[in-house]
Design a protein around this ligand. Structure first.
Ligand code: AHG
Ligand code: MN
Ligand code: MN
Ligand code: MN
Length: 329
């Protein structure tokens, strides 16, 4: 019989020891199951379109950005496992309500990733990262831990089926939601990213703003065998990082949201704490590489909750190539 997420996590914990975060993972999975229902109901719930608000990063929030943030925050707050929570959709860390026990962990998340896709029925996801809380009354500085300190990184993908993919530092495993039983079942054990690929993903409309190393790499991919590469490349861009990383975990690829000069203060688009770090943890655990081009993402010392970083991740040999183009530049 196929193993459930519960069985798998309990076994993994027994085998490897360390802080027992099994119960935290079950509650996160359950919360993602509830978000899947909200996302799948789509227009039936009247939740499509924009809310009348902006988040701290200047993005107009979708109604579902707000709804999924409320679901994920509430579900995890009441478990008593956390000393604090922080989200893409909240300016400051969320303070655990009085009367709810404070636990030993921090939860950092992007409740709805790829939300520009939600109105057009394209895959979206939830990304999360679990950290140890240095104290029970955490300040912003207590959240600013480099990615190497994550205890768990994971995502839920609300695609043609709902999946949960996660790592606690012992490889990457994928679980598919059985909508009939409400259980996540182990379907993709030991996911590994092939070291070679002929597929890249980047928002080409930003091309004129990229730095020279990324210009060079993409130019070579586009030219393929006619431009010095040994193979021709294909390109994908879902505009939903979860879907992009999932495709790379399944069949290889390189995903880039590099530094661009459109707004140099922002250093790229993706957020270090709740997008780049958990995804880098997963990618590295699956044998891939994740870098800004100049630094391993998981070694960055964060300087702000909503800090953005350039992201280049995926198949080892291609990411190594892009990184090598950055040397001395
Ligand atoms: P979010 O919906 O959480 O704000 O994140 C969207 C991110 C990421 O998922 C995706 O790779 C990227 O933004 C898409 O950016 P473009 O709009 O430039 O395509
Ligand atoms: Mn957003
Ligand atoms: Mn996102
Ligand atoms: Mn989001």
């Amino acid at each position: 019989m196929a193993k459930s997420l519960q069985e798998f996590i309990v076994e993994e914990q027994r085998q490897h020891g360390g802080p027992d975060i099994s119960a935290l993972i079950f509650e996160i999975a359950d919360s993602c199951r509830r978000i899947a229902v909200a996302v799948n109901r789509g227009a039936l719930s009247g939740v499509m379109g924009y809310a009348a608000s902006e988040n701290i990063q200047g993005e107009t929030q979708k109604k579902l950005d707000v709804i999924t943030n409320d679901i994920f925050t509430h579900d995890n707050e009441i478990t008593g496992f956390y000393a604090g929570l922080a989200s893409e959709e909240m300016d400051d860390p969320y303070e655990i309500s009085a009367g709810i026990q404070r636990g030993d962990y921090l939860l950092v998340y992007d409740p709805l990733d790829g939300s520009s896709n939600v109105d057009v029925n394209i895959s979206v996801g939830t990304i999360f990262s679990i950290l140890k809380a240095p104290n029970k009354n955490p300040a912003v500085a207590d959240f600013l831990q480099p990615g190497v300190q994550q205890l768990c990184g994971g995502y839920a993908l609300y695609g043609s089926s709902t999946m949960m993919v996660l790592t606690t530092g012992h490889g990457v495993n994928g679980f598919t939601l059985d909508v009939e039983t409400g259980e996540f079942v182990l379907t993709n054990p030991g996911m590994m990213i092939p070291a070679d690929t002929a597929e890249f993903a980047i928002n080409m409309s930003n091309r004129r703003f990229w730095e020279a190393p990324v210009q060079r790499y993409v130019e070579e991919c586009v030219k393929g065998k006619d431009g010095g590469r040994e193979k021709n490349f294909n390109m994908r861009w879902v505009a939903s990082m979860v879907a992009e990383v999932h495709r790379i975990l399944c069949r290889g690829g390189v995903f880039m949201y590099p530094f661009d000069t459109k707004d140099p203060t922002k250093a790229g688009k993706l957020r270090l704490m709740y997008e780049a770090n958990p995804m880098s943890f997963i990618v590295e655990q699956a044998g891939g590489v994740s870098s800004t081009g100049r630094q391993r993402i998981m070694e960055i010392q964060p300087n702000g909750l909503h800090q953005r970083v350039p992201v280049i991740l995926g198949s080892k040999n291609e990411v190594d190539r892009v990184v090598s183009y950055h040397q001395g530049v």
